[in-house]
Design a protein around this ligand. Sequence first.
Ligand code: FAD
Length: 455
Amino acid sequence: MAPEGPAQAIDCAVVGAGWAGLAAAIDLVHAGRRVMLLDAAPQAGGRARSLSLQTGAAPLALDNGQHLLIGGYRETLALLSRIDLDPDTVLHRFPLQLRSVQGLSVDAGRWPGRAGLAWGLLRARGLSVGQRLAAGRLLATLPPDTDRHWPQGMTVAQWLTDRGQPEALIRRLWSPVCVGALNTALHEACARTFARVLRDTFRAAPDAFDMLLARRGLSTVLPEPALAWLHSRGAEVHLRCPVRALARNPEHGWTIRTDKGLVATDQVVLALPPRAALRMLEPLVPGGTLPAHSDFEEEPIATVWLAWRDTLGLPDTVLLHDDMLAAAPGQWLFSRPDASGSHWHTVAGVVVSAAGHTLPDPQTLAQQVKNQVSAQLAVPPAPFARAIIERQATQRCTPQRPRIDRAQLRRLCPGLELAGDWMWPDYPSTLESAVRSGVAAAQELIARASPYAAI
Ligand SMILES: Cc1cc2nc3c(=O)[nH]c(=O)nc-3n(C[C@H](O)[C@H](O)[C@H](O)COP(=O)(O)OP(=O)(O)OC[C@H]3O[C@@H](n4cnc5c(N)ncnc54)[C@H](O)[C@@H]3O)c2cc1C
């Protein structure tokens, strides 16, 4: 991109190289478009990226936040295949395990799909027979996609009570599942989204509720292979290149102003978090078209990384508390699949979702979680403990969360599509919703031979 002179011309600019922007860029390149991908940050991946932490002895390759994927992330897994990557080489897959230190245990074992779930619930430990039957009944009677009986405007707490779920089951099973999936506390979380996630996970293909963890870091799952693939197909990628503004050209297409120069493009995908997207769009549309910045609310997530020099044989995952209101902060522990071979032989990420809690400062949190894990799992205190707090990890997933009127935006801004985890209706902020939104944005632009085709 030339800093001075006429704007560089391309078919489609994708602004934001998080998982949504990467998905959009890949599918546009697949369709033969000349694509330019731009991101303000020095690396791709956005909220799901690797980073290197100094541990004194040797740097440790970790992630900005512990992420869990599930087998039901169909679009994400299909996207990896579209860039010629075998998901099994970058993701460690294991059957659903919901085991808490306090004795709750739902384990699909080696049975695939619903049979595994039924088996897991039948044999669940830590739940009474009545609770097991209630949980099975809820899962067996989830409404189909088109059903008008989907809970509207309700919180998860209200919906579960309406569906006759016993209080102890709600607290010990559904509350951790809700916070894990929606990162929002039960009494605030959107019932419709929760029911949809349950249905798409537990009533889908046999492997939909397998658990998947990045083997060597999130950047090796999508961001790095995606950039390599895009480069090999002639796409231009500009990192450290914040986009400052967007203007609609009088005749056709768009001009993008970046710190490195101007870009003229037929079409644009804005794959940004909501407030950044609003700032870009507000000068282009009449007042009142878009939600207010204050309508968007985020929830933080903290990850406390722990590392030991010894091999401790920790489980793939364990729920440290099956009571989300417990005093100790750590909720889920995930073992790093391919830690062995490095200086640190056991590495684990402990997730602390702030839903319903206030997070202390990172040093205090790291110390608290280190002590908690040592006491609960009877392992030595980890010599390395570091907390990373992402303040704007996900959108708060309430029934009232704002929505963009896509059809109206398309009329006002032809040739422009929005993407991002917040743009996939009825899903929480996840990697899968980010990827789906990016794929959908690309498909919409590909379907239009000209951005000015009839809408
Ligand atoms: C700690 C943590 C834990 C999580 N755990 C899970 C989990 O277990 N499972 C799961 O599925 N999801 C999880 N998520 C959510 C998941 O990471 C996000 O939903 C997903 O990464 C969002 O992707 P995105 O592309 O929509 O947005 P982002 O990743 O936010 O990407 C937006 C990109 O836009 C760029 N950008 C911003 N402004 C500009 C500008 N002006 N010009 C150019 N570029 C700009 C940013 O640098 C960024 O790269 C977690 C998130 C966090 C933070």
